[in-house]
Design a binder for this molecule. Structure first.
Ligand SMILES: Cc1cc2nc3c(=O)[nH]c(=O)nc-3n(C[C@H](O)[C@H](O)[C@H](O)COP(=O)(O)OP(=O)(O)OC[C@H]3O[C@@H](n4cnc5c(N)ncnc54)[C@H](O)[C@@H]3O)c2cc1C
Length: 457
């Protein structure tokens, strides 16, 4: 008799695939259900007219050795690439001009991104005391108190747009940036914490996000989920929309729609890695409180605009990662990644590729205007900043109507609820980027935590 434990995994994004890979290796009977026709979820790459376009993440940060281990095991090491040295240089737009973000104390002293007053305020950080509960404190409040308004406006506000496409006044410092908050909570301040935290990470062989290496793959980010999926051959059912999950004779029965018909899968466990607003349609039947929490988690819309130019059209030197735009600068877009500077194989040598982000929690209303109109406005601003003459030779875009979950103030109540839901519905596990971090690296770390929870069951 086959006594392998059966698990049905909903969603074949990086979160579902990583856990599926480890469980399959451990001898679980894994079956994955994915609504789209390909694996990867938000990790979506395509080659169009000689330009390699990443519509989702353009890179990941190697914050844990788990990433490299997984890449090696799936046989993708030869395709893994690290960011060009020059991409450590990041720019911030201030008064219409690009300023390099200082990364060392001497560079900070020399930098004209911040005023003298702003720099003196930064130097006061070690003398600022602790605050109250970070779950109910925004990242804006936290940074304003510890580092001053100018650092909030010209470093953290654009950084928050770059990571979450989020609003610093709404994101909870402890839920969205737990490591940053921990520096204050545990060590009493950021400077003190950075020194002591570095020693602790060294012991755990982990990297802080600011020191972690940025990686991608020679053929784009989707190569990663694609290669994991090849190791799970025959175990992923695509174009399979999960509709319902219910308990039948102490087993979980998952109903999904494929080719216009409903099908059932029976398993011991169910792992959901689909976005929470999709999970809500399924799990609210088990507990109606699920939808209350899911509806409260905001996913703002983001447009990814990818542009290709001939290098000779561009006046700005391309010697960095790209730039972020503070809200105070009042531009339509959030920032631009200089994609072909960071990684090779994004386009021909005489061309340059850029990925721009538009909208997010800062300006979701932008999508009320026509997409072509919006694109034209962005192009005018972008060309001016980059000193570009003429039109792009290649252009494509994608609107993610629900891009990234916002870990806003009070998010801990959702986290606690999801823990409770798992306890009350033994055998169901909830994972994905609405729990424990949104970055690719966090998704992989959390996938391992979930994998360990499942094997310990
Ligand atoms: C535009 C954008 C840019 C980003 N940039 C970066 C970056 O540069 N670096 C970084 O680290 N992170 C970045 N992120 C975040 C990161 O890519 C995501 O958080 C991560 O990939 C999420 O993976 P996931 O597996 O948890 O979810 P998803 O990738 O969303 O996967 C969930 C899967 O579930 C499927 N699904 C949904 N409903 C159902 C259903 N009912 N039945 C079956 N299947 C279903 C979906 O089709 C999808 O494949 C970015 C995200 C976006 C959107």
């Amino acid at each position: 008799m086959d006594n392998k434990k059966k698990i049905t995994i909903l969603g074949a994004g990086i979160s579902g695939l990583a856990t599926a890979y480890w469980l399959n290796k451990d001898g679980f009977d894994v079956q994955m259900l994915e609504a789209k026709s390909k694996p990867g979820g938000s990790m979506e790459t395509s080659l169009e007219d000689g330009f390699l376009v990443d519509y989702g993440p353009n890179s990941g940060l190697e914050t844990t050795p788990l990433i490299r281990q997984l890449v090696d095991e799936i046989g993708l090491s030869n395709e893994m690439i690290y960011a060009n040295e020059s991409s450590n240089k990041r720019y911030i737009l201030r008064n219409g001009k690009l300023h390099a973000l200082p990364t060392t104390p001497p560079a900070l002293i020399k930098s004209n991104l911040f005023s003298l007053r702003g720099k003196i305020r930064l130097a006061c950080e070690p003398f600022i005391g602790k605050s109250n509960d970070g779950y109910y404190q925004s990242i804006a409040e936290f940074v304003r108190r510890r580092l001053g308004q100018e650092f909030l406006d010209y470093a953290i506000d654009p950084f928050v747009s770059g990571v979450f496409a989020g609003d610093p006044n709404k994101l909870s410092v402890k839920s969205a940036f737990p490591k940053l908050y921990r520096l204050e909570e545990v060590y009493g301040g950021l400077v003190k914490g950075m020194i002591k935290g570095a020693r602790e990470r060294k012991k755990r062989s982990e990297q802080s996000k600011q020191n972690a290496t940025m990686f991608s793959f020679i053929n784009g980010m989707q190569s990663f989920p694609m290669s994991i999926s090849k190791k799970l051959k025959g175990k992923i059912s695509y174009e399979s929309q999960v509709k319902n999950v219910k308990l039948e004779n102490n087993k979980w029965e998952v109903t999904f729609e494929k080719d216009g018909k409903n099908h059932e899968l029976i398993s011991d466990y169910v792992l959901s890695t689909i976005p929470v607003y999709e999970a809500s349609k399924i799990f609210s039947r088990l507990d109606e409180e699920f939808s209350k929490h899911a509806n409260d988690i905001y996913y703002p819309p983001v447009m990814v605009l990818y542009l290709g130019f001939k290098k000779k059209q561009i006046g700005q030197s391309l010697d960095g990662f790209g730039y972020l735009i503070p809200s105070k600068e009042k531009k339509i877009f959030l920032g631009a990644i200089w994609s072909s500077t960071i990684f090779p194989n994004r386009c021909d040598e005489d061309k340059a590729a850029f990925t721009l982000f538009v909208g997010g929690a800062r300006s979701p209303h932008l999508f009320d205007i026509d997409r072509n109109e919006l694109t034209k406005k962005v192009l005018i601003e972008f060309n001016e900043i980059m000193k570009i003459s003429g039109d792009p030779i290649f252009m494509t875009s994608k609107i993610w109507t629900k891009a990234i979950p916002q870990y806003n103030i009070g998010y801990i109540e959702h986290e606690n609820y999801f823990d409770r839901f798992e306890k009350e519905n033994s055998g169901i596990f909830l994972s994905g980027n609405y729990r424990g971090g949104i970055s690719v690296g966090d998704c992989i770390k959390n996938s391992e935590i979930v994998y360990k929870k499942i094997i310990a069951k």
